[in-house]
Design a protein around this ligand. Structure first.
Ligand SMILES: [Zn+2]
Ligand SMILES: [Zn+2]
Length: 239
């Protein structure tokens, strides 16, 4: 879904960010007309790949996977949806058709969203939408492991009830909760402003050196957002 406007006047230093998480190589692909970020996370020790938010443009994601793995598609171990909005899940079916039955993980509250994406897919995407229900349900504190790498699930509802962030090895993927200098919208189905701000404050309480890879826009760091993101300074209302 479309998001709050994202400032793009400054660009994060990619090399400096990469140095913050040496165990994981991050590939970011901007997909769909809504410019959602699909991430390929390669565990450097083993070459295994985790896909986060296969939102659209399955052919491009598959080409990037082929390049990253040298054509060894069996290295793709898991697909995670940070939440069930169409721009974060619409290529999951394409990936599974090409790669085989790679398991899909998401928060249980997202099932309703995945099942209900048809009208949004018709509005925003130029190809048919095939919903893929998760094989694995994840909640607060669960570990997402692939190869020798592992990220911990942080529940970050508010933009949607099923929002999760993934934290570990010096990075955090924040879905549509925290963007560079912005936050996700709370106006959508089952969005909740107070929850979004509570989630935002959990994320900016992570160590400041943590690299942030958001669901839309450029990467950043926790420390930068704690200092520069105006939404961190304001407290949402109690409702
Ligand atoms: Zn989005
Ligand atoms: Zn969203």
């Amino acid at each position: 879904m479309t998001e709050t406007t994202i400032a793009t006047t400054e660009t994060a230093d990619t090399a400096a960010l990469t140095a913050r998480h040496p165990a994981i190589a991050v590939t970011r692909l901007e997909v769909s007309p809504l410019k959602a970020n699909c991430y390929l996370l390669r565990c450097r020790a083993t070459g295994d790949v985790l896909v986060v938010d296969a939102g659209a443009d399955g052919d491009r994601i598959l080409a990037a996977i082929a390049a990253l793995t040298g054509g060894r598609r069996e290295l793709v171990r898991l697909i995670v949806n940070t939440h069930g909005h169409v721009d974060h899940v619409a290529a999951v079916a394409d990936l599974r058709a090409a790669l085989g039955p790679v398991p899909v993980a998401m928060h249980p509250e997202g099932i309703e969203l995945v099942e209900g994406n048809g009208p949004d897919a018709a509005r925003f995407l130029d190809h048919p939408y095939v919903p893929v229900l998760p094989d694995r349900l994840v909640r607060e504190g669960d570990e997402i492991a692939w190869g020798a790498c592992s990220l911990r699930v942080i529940e970050t509802p508010g933009h949607s009830p099923d929002g999760i962030s993934l934290y570990g090895h010096g990075l955090v993927l924040t879905g549509d909760t925290l963007f560079r200098r912005s936050v996700g919208a709370w106006k959508y189905f089952k969005g909740h402003k107070a929850d979004l701000f509570a989630s935002l404050h959990r994320l900016v309480a992570l160590p400041p050196e943590t690299a942030v890879y958001p669901g839309h826009g450029e990467p950043t760091t926790v420390g930068e957002e704690r200092a520069e993101n105006k939404y961190v300074q304001v407290q949402g209302p109690a409702s």
